[in-house]
Design a protein around this ligand. Structure first.
Ligand code: CMC
Length: 392
């Protein structure tokens, strides 16, 4: 019989070669095309990082202007897609809607589904990056029963998204630049993270030759789980459930109890065995945004800070090298901005779309890449003959 390496969860299998993102989990380092995430978060902005991930280099001023212009041109959704939204129940989770709408794009934008045509691949990529804020904002508007807000191409990427989420026709809406900056930073910090579960899903779907919209929808589906992108929603709900600083020891004890399935959400990572560098930036951002909004005494933030302190001082977390990850503070910022918890994971999906696309494009261009087809160790019944139902 064939012999295979058994590697459930792919803890020691490299599925591809990639030149996009590098993580040193021991050092807590994350580089995009060589550039460290903290420098990108501080000095760059999301669309520039998108360009870097997609094309490999930082753009010149002219290249950036051209790229931003191309993205901006594609922010609208086909008008008929509104009917597609209306088919969903109002109480549907926005992730269900985002997943459905991203997949449905392959029906609406058939002229960019031929993966063998480099021009179509490029158009599909730009379309998805441009439209995903509209897709996500509309999922939110639909869920709260407000009219859809069309994109405003005079605004930057993050401001446009905030406006599509929070503007109503009856009132003027002015985007606060500090909130827009914080939103942009959340997008930037989530832009790519090498071969995580959803990215591997996108690559696997893409390896069969499926169209890019379908592949990204597969990525959205995978991201939804609480062990992955769903952790930001789960984390804020946990912090709210803890409620006050005096209840923290009880929850830490539960997280350490092997007979209790409870885990500290926003803690631990498959690759980082040190601080998640994204969590550091997120924490600073949380302080900034909450101060701006005049809610620095927000009880959830107090619980988060104290929980982080107590967990880091606890030998259980130290021994297992469990540190706060990117999701630990992002939910606090999003909540302060006015997003309900159900929007946290869709916002992660929005941000990660560029990473999925960059990895998909890289894979399509890689001649060594075959269809992804893992093998298995079979543990079922040996050969046996069929028995007629009346004889069983
Ligand atoms: N709280 C308590 N114990 C934990 C936690 C936690 N958050 N995370 C891991 N452990 C323990 C786990 O019980 C295990 O203990 P033992 O070796 O005694 O069985 C050990 O640490 C290793 O955990 P694992 O589940 O084998 O590690 P993994 O690499 O398979 O899982 C993880 C990584 C992120 C799924 C996990 O740490 C977790 O469930 N964290 C909470 C959810 C979360 O915050 N996810 C977001 C990840 S970052 C954003 C993203 O990429 O989507």
């Amino acid at each position: 019989a064939d012999v295979f390496t058994f590697d459930p969860g792919f803890t020691s299998t490299a599925s591809c070669e990639s030149a996009i993102t590098f993580i040193d989990g021991g050092k807590g380092e994350l580089l995009h095309r060589g550039y460290p995430i903290d420098q990108l978060a501080a000095k760059s902005h999301y669309l520039e990082v998108c360009y870097l991930l997609l094309y490999g280099e930082l753009p010149s001023a002219a290249q950036l202007e051209d790229f931003e212009g191309r993205v901006t041109k594609h922010t609208m959704l086909h008008e008929q897609m509104m009917n597609f939204y209306r088919g969903f129940r109002r109480d549907a989770h926005p992730m269900a809607i985002v997943c459905g709408v991203m997949g449905a794009m392959s029906a609406f934008y058939q002229d960019s589904t031929d993966i063998n045509d480099p021009w179509q691949r490029e158009v599909a990529s730009i379309r998805m990056i441009a439209k995903v804020p509209t897709v996500t904002a509309w999922a939110y508007k639909y869920s709260i029963g407000q009219p859809f807000v069309y994109p405003d191409n005079n605004l930057d990427y993050a401001s446009n998204f905030l406006r599509m989420c929070f503007a109503v026709p009856a009132e003027e809406y002015v985007v606060d630049p500090i909130l827009a900056r914080a939103m942009d930073r959340i997008f930037t910090l989530h832009a790519d993270h090498e071969q995580n579960a959803s990215t591997s899903t996108v690559r696997l779907a893409g390896s069969s030759g499926a169209n890019p919209f379908a592949c990204i929808a597969a990525g959205v589906a995978c991201l939804w789980g609480p062990a992955h992108g769903g952790a930001n929603q789960a984390c804020l709900e946990m912090l709210q459930e803890i409620g006050s600083v005096d209840r923290i020891p009880e929850f830490i004890a539960r997280a350490k109890d092997k007979n209790d399935p409870f885990r500290l959400m926003g803690f631990g990572h498959r690759v980082y065995k040190n601080f998640d560098p994204r969590a550091k930036v997120m924490k600073e951002s949380a302080d900034e945004v909450l101060e701006l909004l005049g809610v620095e005494n927000n009880p959830v933030l107090q619980v988060a800070k104290e929980l982080e302190k107590q967990a880091l001082a606890d030998p259980y977390f130290a021994e297992k090298k469990l540190f706060p990850n990117v999701d630990f503070y992002s939910g606090i910022i999003l909540e302060a901005m006015g997003f309900p918890t159900s929007m946290f994971t869709p916002i992660f999906a929005l941000s990660r779309t560029v990473g999925w696309i960059s990895q998909w494009k890289e894979m399509i261009g890689d001649e060594k890449q075959k269809i992804g087809r893992p093998r298995q160790l079979y543990t079922g019944a040996a050969y046996r003959d069929y028995v007629n139902v009346e004889d069983r």
